[in-house]
Design a binder for this molecule. Structure first.
Ligand code: LLP
Length: 393
């Protein structure tokens, strides 16, 4: 980590592509007869997508941009699923255009009128219907999709929409997703309930290729959290689905990449206060938004503090002008020193992906653990390159 930080500078995302491949293998072993799809939104980096493809896992994409990147990473249409959420016209235009060259790709619709919008564009390919199962789960209110009106066809209209899709297209599947970060009994019970309802729907409509039970499998963020028992989740999913004449599909994102990434950041300022020692670091909420957005916990290791370093309540704070721009507040950590290198753990999922240029901060670089530069550090020119004008006298 120190070598990578010295070579590429900080803040730096480090991604272990071997771990990505291992996580894919774990998923395929736990769900041996299911179609495993990677929810690309968790990390759409080219190297990650290529690793996932080579590991035999398919791609689930949330936008035309993600579809493009999956195609560029070599996913054939038959391994590509576009889950259109309130799709903008431009996204549908693009995906339908690409579908003419990749006619095996599948479009998952979450509203009846998306069928009209697809037909208007000349599409008559593979369609899956996303259902709002009315049961949600996940680590935070903002990511419990299963019961949010925004997502999916209301459950009581699902069979009718599948019937209509069948008349007009090649209707191949039904889909639902409970939410993100399923961990613990309560979430698992909700996931099971969702899958059971999808099993009922599949038996009602019949003649499907697959039932997609969504993703959301959690990972331990706290060092004290137990690991997710993936096999137990897989067994519960299978059992809840019951006997259906269709394949099971799952589409986890976080599980594939979360523990394959860390964010390295350097301590630039140390400020003792009455309650806590503030370590001012060079990464902020613009690099890793999850703590600010969801109050998410990420483990933090001081890579320069040996076991003998005294500990204290430490607040790791970024350079953004917002109170919420901290990675932890008063956490028991080794007393920081200027120049220390910190590693923020489990940053591989929804890390770089949610980075922004707020406060005119160029986005960080990304290297593989093996030492290759995967993404250059953005420059200030990169931040301003879309601007026009500058002629006000
Ligand atoms: N499938 C669908 C339709 C989804 O909407 C999502 C996530 C997934 C699969 C993958 O869920 P996963 O296995 O990664 O939990 N930014 C948030 C997470 C938002 C997830 C949105 N949808 C976070 O950082 O926690």
């Amino acid at each position: 980590m120190r070598e990578l930080a010295a070579e590429h500078g900080t803040p730096l995302y480090v991604t272990d592509l071997d771990r990505v491949a291992e996580n894919c293998a774990r998923l395929r072993a736990a769900f041996p007869d299911a179609e495993v799809r990677y929810a690309a939104k968790a990390h759409t980096g080219r190297a990650v997508l290529e690793t996932v493809r080579a590991a035999g896992v398919d791609a689930e994409c949330a936008s035309a941009g993600e579809v493009r990147r999956a195609l560029d990473a070599g996913f054939p249409g038959g391994r590509l699923h576009y889950t259109a959420v309130n799709p903008p016209a431009r996204d549908l235009d693009l995906v339908v255009e690409w579908w003419t060259e990749h006619p095996d790709l599948t479009i998952t619709v979450g509203a009846r009128d998306t069928l009209d919008r697809l037909a208007d564009r000349g599409f008559d390919g593979r369609v899956c219907v996303r259902v709002n199962p009315g049961v949600g789960a996940g680590h935070h209110e903002k990511v419990r999709t299963g019961a949010a009106a925004k997502f999916g066809v209301p459950a009581d209209r699902a069979a009718a929409v599948v019937a209509e899709a069948r008349e007009r297209f090649d209707a191949v599947g039904v889909h639902a997703h409970a939410g993100s970060g399923i961990h613990g009994e309560e979430d698992l019970a909700a996931h099971r309930e969702l899958v059971a309802r999808m099993g009922d729907l599949a038996r009602e409509v019949g003649d499907l290729e697959y039932v997609d039970a969504g993703g959301g499998f959690g990972v331990p963020y706290r060092e004290s959290d137990p690991a997710l028992d993936l096999q137990a989740v897989a067994d519960a999913t299978r059992e809840a689905l019951g006997d259906v004449d269709a394949a099971l599909a799952v589409e986890p994102g976080r599980y594939v990449v979360a523990d394959a990434g860390v964010l390295l950041t350097a301590v630039n300022t140390v400020k003792p206060t009455a309650d806590t020692t503030v370590a001012g670091v060079d990464a902020g909420m613009t690099d890793l938004l999850r703590p600010a957005m969801y109050g998410a916990y990420h483990a933090i290791r001081n890579l320069d503090a040996d076991a003998g370093r005294e500990r204290a309540p430490v607040t790791v704070a970024g350079p953004i002008c917002e109170t919420g721009d901290t990675f932890c507040d008063g956490r028991d950590l080794p007393t920081p020193r200027r120049g220390d290198l910190l590693a923020v753990g489990n940053a591989g999922a929804y890390g770089y992906e949610m980075a922004s240029t707020y406060n005119s901060r160029p986005r960080p670089a990304e290297a593989s653990l093996a030492g290759d530069l995967l993404r250059e550090r953005e420059t200030l020119d990169g931040v301003t390159r879309l601007e026009r004008g500058g002629s006000v006298e």
